[in-house]
Design a protein around this ligand. Structure first.
Ligand SMILES: O=C[C@H](O)COP(=O)(O)O
Length: 251
């Protein structure tokens, strides 16, 4: 049975005390109202250790927003999978479209990062999704196929089962424009079919595929009710505990 997940990607938001307050609010909420899904948060990496510490008595799992493809060494500004693991975090988001757009992340690089995460015992949340131009040109299925195959299909069946995939159409991120539940479901089922063709349906059925792109308290339930949508990767609405908790309650 695959996991239901609500994950918050804080992106480059919050200072130390803002991060502290938000984590405390989320853990307090979950103490009073246990969730029907897994709850992950990905604060800026500077706050990872603090987040792990504050969340230690709760069900919240802490992720980073990226890791290096390299093990260690002269890579200024990077954080390694070992570092992430050593502070007690659960995993890392990999290949978010903002990292593809602004930091030159490629499928090939993502593939190395996903493998690195798995080798170090971290859970990768691998993001894919098409741009508006690609959707308008009818290329969305092909784009997501390539992103999925190139970053993940070098993995063994046992490895890919440990990956969480997040489909995030770039045109829906932070724009207030959400993919319709049907549009999202089409891609989620496409991704699951691709995995089933390569690894078999038993493996494909075990992989959680999240939707990301303007998920809000008022649309989460409908999106999450689609058969191949196993939760959400939430940006803006993860920055307010009231909104984030309402999204958690959508399960
Ligand atoms: O990682 C999260 C996604 O980029 C979605 O962001 P958003 O909920 O602000 O649209």
């Amino acid at each position: 049975m695959r996991k239901k997940i609500v994950a918050g990607n804080w992106k480059m938001n919050k200072d130390f005390s803002g991060a502290e307050s938000l984590i405390n609010e989320i853990t307090e909420y979950l103490k009073n109202k246990p969730s029907n899904c897994e709850v992950y948060i990905a604060p800026p990496s500077l706050f990872t250790a603090m987040a792990v510490d504050l969340a230690k008595d709760s069900s919240v799992k802490v992720f980073t927003q990226d890791i290096s493809a390299h093990e260690s060494g002269a890579f200024t500004g990077e954080i390694s999978a070992d570092m992430v693991k050593s502070v007690g975090a659960e995993g890392a988001i990999i290949g978010h479209s903002e990292r593809r757009q602004y930091h030159g992340e490629t499928d090939e690089n993502c593939s190395r990062k996903v493998k690195m995460a798995l080798d170090k015992g971290l859970t990768p949340i691998y993001c894919n999704g098409e741009t508006l131009e690609q959707r308008k040109a009818g290329q969305h299925l092909e784009v997501v196929k390539k992103q999925t195959e190139e970053a993940l299909f070098n993995l063994s069946a046992d490895e890919i089962k440990k990956v969480v995939i997040a489909y995030e159409p770039v045109w829906a991120i932070g724009t207030g424009e959400t993919a319709t539940p049907e549009q999202a479901q089409e891609i989620h089922s496409h991704i699951r079919n691709l995995i089933a063709e390569k690894y078999g349906s038993e493996v494909a059925d075990e992989i959680s595929i999240l939707y990301g792109g303007s998920v809000k308290p008022d649309n989460a339930k409908e999106i999450f009710s689609q058969p191949d949508i196993d939760g959400g990767l939430i940006g803006g609405a993860a920055l307010k505990s009231e909104d984030f908790s309402k999204i958690i309650e959508a399960f």
